[in-house]
Design a protein around this ligand. Structure first.
Ligand code: MG
Ligand code: MG
Length: 277
């Protein structure tokens, strides 16, 4: 059943969303050549606990970590390991937490050092498709309109949209109804109503849309070994503009250090707009 949140519940989700985006912003600052995926996981976990929140993924269906780290051809659900990031890699960071009983879930794909033009373009188009989907998330529209917005953004570039994994309702559980597909044929005609809270998360491959799961039973990889990108926001449908609950605005407003400002100047991955060059 699709839940409609009260004002009080939406306020709680706004807080969970804010904490989620704070963790992702902090992680983004640590992405550089030589950092290991496990180090990023530990930063996410420690920061989450310091907020009095709990990581949402740890223990979920047996997942042992707090963060999903998916490098290059890995699409989603990559397990943090001792692997060190290298110049030119792209890493998907997917993170969720629960605070006061409500969940936040968000993902960004971040370039490590200088990345290729084709990688930068894939990241940009994937992020653009997320924001197009958010713009389409209006009362009276349907889940098909969300999927259509993603497809229309991605299609002209001949990229593949992953079908097996989709967005979802979110609230007092990490994954709730409805499923939010990223391609029109997979999406339902369910009408969006004010008070619905959903996580939209396009996964886009530079080549085939086909994916498979590695022997670790978690890591999803592109079938052709091509690059993949993933962006996600938790949003609320309202009676006017959609509200991004995991937006970075508050984090960015408070940025004071040179390093913070540097990231903002580079284009702030979680925000609408261009990616770092
Ligand atoms: Mg996520
Ligand atoms: Mg999600």
């Amino acid at each position: 059943m699709v839940q409609i949140r009260s004002k009080r519940e939406l306020a709680a989700m706004r807080k969970s969303g804010e904490l989620t985006s704070r963790v992702l912003f902090e992680l983004t600052k640590h992405v550089k050549p030589g950092v290991s995926l496990l180090e990023l996981n530990n930063i996410a976990e420690e920061l989450t606990l310091s907020f009095g929140a709990k990581p949402a993924f740890k223990g979920y269906l047996g997942f042992a970590h707090s963060l999903c780290t998916s490098v290059n051809e890995h699409v989603v659900h990559g397990i943090p390991s001792e692997r060190k990031l290298a110049e030119g890699d792209v890493v998907g960071l997917d993170f969720g937490l629960v605070f006061n009983g409500f969940f936040g879930d968000s993902a960004v794909t971040v370039g490590v050092g200088k990345i290729s033009d084709k990688a930068r373009k894939l990241l940009q188009i994937t992020k653009d498709s997320l924001y197009a989907a958010i713009d389409a998330s209006r009362e009276g529209n349907t889940l098909k309109d969300i999927a259509k917005a993603i497809e229309q953004t991605v299609k002209p570039h001949q990229y593949g949209i992953v079908r097996e994994f989709v967005g979802h309702g979110i609230g007092t559980r990490l994954h709730e109804d409805p499923q939010v597909a990223n391609y029109e044929a997979g999406a339902s005609n369910l009408k969006l109503k004010a008070g619905m809270t959903i996580a939209i998360e396009p996964m886009v491959n530079e080549g085939t849309h086909r994916v498979r799961v590695l022997g670790d039973k978690w890591t999803v990889t592109t079938d052709d070994g091509g690059l993949s990108a993933h962006y996600e926001h938790t949003i609320a449908i309202t009676d006017s503009e959609p509200e991004i609950l995991t937006n970075w605005t508050m984090v960015l407003d408070e940025a004071k250090t040179t390093q913070d400002i540097e990231i903002i100047k580079k284009g702030a991955y979680g925000q609408r707009g261009s990616n770092p060059s």
